[in-house]
Design a protein around this ligand. Sequence first.
Ligand code: FE2
Length: 204
Amino acid sequence: MADDEEYWYQIIDGFLSEEEVQLILGLWPANGWKRARHRNSAKIYNTRPGDWSESFSDLYFSAASRIEEIIKRKNANAVFDKELHGAGIHEHGKGGFLNIHVDFNYIKEGLGIRSFNALLYLTKPEVGGSLELWYGDSTKPKTKMEVVTPEPGRLVLFEATESSWHGLPERIGGSVPRRSMAFYFYDPMVSVPAKERHSTKYSK
Ligand SMILES: [Fe+2]
């Protein structure tokens, strides 16, 4: 992927039915949450399936398998990170946000390079927290490509590259939390040289 070029993304409405969304929200875990609050993000997140009910865990991992199949139909290599580094479930309450960033690109030997992200929305558009997709170069975002409004059951899939900048920079205004599920995929056929590994890069 060259700099300053759009990257692949896809929005799939109705990935989850209304009934599935209601089921997931009804089983939303009470335990296992951690807080992130720093200059680039305010949210709580949960990457601990051991603290979820079995039913909730089944719904999450079956969604991951379905997404993996969608990516593979693109003839792309995609292995779901079952250890959920940075993935799992996310909740942005009042004031929640996430500045535009490029994701960390490496976790461990053998898993390869981060290649695709999938975000599955559960809450209504009026809650806020639209996802912005920007492209640019490896140092900064330059052009806004898409704004994805969260809709219950809507999935957005996009390539994770050195220039796929994204985030939800507008803070949540109301008291209803924005809830989503996150799934990250890796390409084991591409190794990341030590000098090219990096953590999350924020635009400011
Ligand atoms: Fe990200």
